[in-house]
Design a protein around this ligand. Structure first.
Ligand code: GUN
Ligand code: FE
Length: 411
């Protein structure tokens, strides 16, 4: 049987390289029923093949779905709780809330609302932190229902946090093996990851076991690195023999091409070189960094690094909207809007190791895209369009969201 095709006619904005995107006036995006893009550009000749038009409002633009490389599902309810820097903020708001995710029902209803919010804000791919076996399984189940693309990590801790959050390494890894077995046959959109929270929440022995487990199963690893100066001082005390924070993770085999490192604010040149050598994904979280007054991400040291993405870091970041995170990224580092657009799409996808799957609209990739209405833009200038998208939230409206060619949100 012939494959059916779907086409969307609109102006198209698509990242091509850092600092460069293409703007196709009156373009056409075409994808098959299997969710794969077959064309993005000018008008497509179907040559007799069956095509269905996807209805979109007049004057819409089409762009790739946004990629959030760092978010905490279990902090959904404590977003925007201000007044403290990192370590006190974790103690005052976060640990108490995360301990609630052992409750299956709470985990399920929160996951459901969380994904709904992400999709409504145009996020089609997310790398997240969940808590407990029940919380992780609920995150998988609801992600499958929502249709989002997700890297779902188990937040692993065996010290330095309140007792209800601590787990003996052996039991935690047995649960990870169980989760892996239960989710192996799920959709390819969903991946399981190990998330040693940060060096202050994991013993040396636990980190070594996590590194070995991830290597054995080729799993992704997510963690936090060098976010806050008090955190750095505490890591120095906890690991007196270590050369620096980055080498703590490296010693335990946690720095791999499948690792995502959030923040990376206070690193030396040597540490940045190590992160680059290991090929880790680096996640800049500008909203959270400002919210917790952690410091400025030194963008100047990462220019040209292909695996750099943006993270909302909900709940330290108050907003799910990656357009807001892009705006905050602009406020902390002068850069082109094309570059911010790249970070939130193709750069993020590359950081997640999914640059060949999502992040831009090229044939062979999955049809992960947004239909966005912009009110009064000067449509002859991609700079004006990007400026309206990033800075003027009253000008933009996300009309529809697709993941792998399937409509997952409609306004
Ligand atoms: N470092 C360790 N845990 C966390 C967390 O939950 N949020 C942030 N922003 N930093 C962390
Ligand atoms: Fe975080």
């Amino acid at each position: 049987m012939k494959q059916r095709y779907y086409r969307v006619r609109a102006d198209i904005l698509d990242p091509v390289a850092p600092d460069r995107c293409r703007w196709i006036k009156d373009g056409e995006l075409v994808f098959g029923r299997d969710g794969t893009i077959v064309h993005c550009g000018g008008r497509w000749d179907p040559r007799g093949r069956p095509v269905t038009a996807v209805a979109v409002p007049a004057r819409s633009i089409v762009m790739p779905g946004l990629v959030d490389c760092h978010s905490h599902l279990s902090q959904y309810h404590v977003r925007g709780r201000g007044g403290h820097a990192l370590l006190a903020w974790l103690r005052n708001y976060v640990f108490v809330e995360e301990a609630r995710f052992r409750d299956k029902r709470y985990a399920r209803t929160t996951a459901k609302s969380y994904y709904r919010k992400l999709l409504a804000r145009g996020v089609t791919s997310v790398a997240l932190y969940a808590n407990y076996r029940e919380g992780v399984l609920a995150a998988f189940r609801e992600a499958e229902r929502a249709g989002i693309r997700a890297t779902i990590g188990y937040t692993l801790m065996d010290r330095g946090v309140p007792r209800p959050l601590r787990q003996p390494p052996r039991r935690a890894l047995a649960e990870c093996a169980d989760i892996l077995a239960r989710t192996a046959d799920g959709p390819h959109r969903l991946r399981f990851a190990l998330n040693p929270r940060f060096a202050l929440a994991c013993s040396a022995a636990f980190m070594a076991e996590i590194g070995a487990f991830a290597r054995r199963h080729r799993l992704h690893i997510q963690t936090h690195l060098a976010e806050n100066l008090d955190e750095l001082a505490a890591v120095r005390t906890a690991f007196p023999g270590a050369r620096d924070y980055t080498s703590v993770y490296d010693r335990f085999g946690l720095l791999t091409p499948r690792t995502l490192l959030a923040h990376c604010i206070h690193l030396s040149d040597r540490e940045r070189a190590l992160v680059r050598d290991r090929g880790c994904g680096v996640v800049h979280c500008p909203s959270a960094n400002m919210f917790l007054h952690s410091g400025r991400f030194p963008m100047e040291h990462w220019r040209g690094y292909p695996r750099l993405g943006l993270g909302s870091d909900v709940g330290a970041g108050p907003s799910f909207a990656m357009f807001d995170v892009m705006r905050d990224g602009y406020f902390v580092n002068m850069q082109s809007l094309e570059r911010l657009f790249h970070l939130a799409t193709l750069g993020g996808a590359a950081a997640l190791g999914m640059g060949d799957v999502t992040g831009s609209l090229v044939p062979g990739k999955q049809a992960d895209f947004l239909v966005v209405g912009i009110k009064e833009s000067n449509r002859d200038s991609r700079r004006d369009i990007l400026s309206d998208l990033i800075f003027k939230h009253d000008q933009r409206r996300i009309e529809k969201v697709f993941v792998a060619g399937r409509e997952v949100f409609s306004a």
